[in-house]
Design a protein around this ligand. Structure first.
Ligand code: SF4
Length: 121
């Protein structure tokens, strides 16, 4: 495998961490702390992300509400989760912080509204 650079997002310093795998041996360098080492290892094995997107709203002042996951979810599950999200429609009113979907695909993360949408009818 070629060397790969990952940017650690665990703190604002954003260290550029080099990850290499040769003959099954993982080598990590450029991190300034243990958190960065763990982050790079996770990026290699099972990367995780906060998902931000939007969900359809019925009878709202706007047709979509912005949402995000309450914690990081495995990147590999995002296509399946997005398919599920595209199928749902919530009824206005929606309050900032409302849980739209609980424990998405058993990830432990909820999908949470990041704005308020008032009802119009
Ligand atoms: S490696 Fe440590 S110091 Fe560098 S960005 Fe990550 S958490 Fe911050």
């Amino acid at each position: 495998m070629k060397d790969r650079i990952v940017i650690c997002t665990s703190c604002p310093l954003g260290c550029r961490i080099k990850v290499s795998v040769e003959n099954g041996k993982i080598s990590i360098s450029g991190n300034r702390c243990r958190k960065g080492y763990d982050y790079a290892l996770e990026e290699l094995k099972d990367p995780k992300r906060i998902l931000t997107t939007s969900v359809k709203v019925a009878n709202g002042e706007i047709p979509l509400v912005s949402v995000k996951t309450s914690s990081m979810i495995p990147k590999r599950l995002i296509p399946q989760i997005m398919s599920k999200i595209r199928e749902i429609e919530v009824e206005a009113p929606i309050e900032l912080g409302d849980i739209i979907l609980k424990n998405i695909m058993n990830t432990g993360a909820d999908l949470v509204a990041t704005r308020t949408v008032r009802r119009i009818k």
